[in-house]
Design a protein around this ligand. Structure first.
Ligand code: SF4
Ligand code: SF4
Length: 265
């Protein structure tokens, strides 16, 4: 299984990775807004147009206040809660590691947003037929043997791509060889049963906005227990949403055909 190692101590917050992600996925630029929201990053939060966000954290250390950078994106959980909760299978964990999204199946119920421990899926609130948007770890690039666009772009080596096991060994070795430089924690090694995106940092992760105190138990195990309590309601809702999605998709397809036909006249 492939993965990504994000060594935040090597990040200079140039945000080349943020731009590369937008370019790769044809995502719109967002207007710069300062001093709005938590932290000093831009945009302030991830959105349906910004899937990866470099965060700027002003953290007090023994040297005084320092900028410590972090990164927010989909963690590509080994056992993803989003895929377990999706009633129509729009989110799937692939054998290579990425958790990918099939918009043609999505019914807009947003269960994936509710259950994701990292608040990764974003919803297109401004669209008439909104969809979920999130990092797909550049699954297409990985499938053809390339690195994700962000990793290929990073000028400092803060992002590495490869086999998850090799990256985890590398992360543990960096901590062992430079205990003065890192906190003794590879974020994603065990959280929610492990994730494909692993992080290193020089301060405890909760100080740069990473969710703290997550269980090491995969979320799907916890979700199954909760969902089994309401099986009939879930089944009924999935059927209703599935029907609505079918109607919406048919109408959209019919609309596209009409425009194509008009264009051809
Ligand atoms: S971080 Fe959230 S959206 Fe990404 S795979 Fe895990 S549960 Fe799914
Ligand atoms: S490209 Fe590399 S150094 Fe620049 S912001 Fe992204 S992770 Fe940090």
């Amino acid at each position: 299984m492939k993965g990504m190692l994000i060594d935040t101590t090597r990040c200079i917050a140039c945000r080349a990775c943020q731009v590369a992600c937008k370019q790769e996925h044809d995502l719109k630029a967002q207007k710069t807004r300062f001093f709005w929201g938590d932290g000093f990053q831009n945009p302030p939060h991830r959105t349906s147009e910004t899937w990866n966000l470099i965060t700027f954290n002003d953290v007090k250390t023994e040297h005084g206040y320092e900028w410590v950078f972090g990164r927010r994106q989909c963690f590509h959980c080994n056992e993803p809660a989003c895929a377990a909760a999706c009633p129509v299978g729009a989110l799937q964990k692939t054998a290579q590691g990425p958790v990918v999204y099939d918009s043609s199946r999505c019914i807009g119920c947003r269960y994936c947003q509710i259950v994701c421990p990292f608040n990764a899926p974003r919803f297109e609130w401004d669209k008439r037929v909104p969809l979920i948007k999130k990092c797909d770890l550049c699954a297409d690039r990985i499938a053809r043997g390339d690195k994700p666009a962000c990793t290929a772009t990073c000028p400092t080596g803060a992002l590495s791509f490869g086999d998850r096991k090799t990256l985890l060994a590398e992360a543990l070795a960096r901590i062992k060889n430079h205990p003065d430089r890192y906190v003794n924690h590879v974020y994603g090694e065990k959280e929610v049963g492990g994730t494909c995106v692993l992080h290193l940092a020089k301060v405890p992760f909760d100080r740069i906005g990473y969710p703290a105190g997550l269980s090491n138990t995969p979320y799907p195990d916890q979700i199954k227990a909760a969902m089994s309590a309401v099986p009939y309601a879930m089944t009924g809702m999935a059927a209703v949403f599935g029907g609505l999605a079918w109607i919406i998709n048919r109408r959209m397809a019919a609309g596209e055909n009409e425009s194509r036909e008009e264009g051809g006249k």
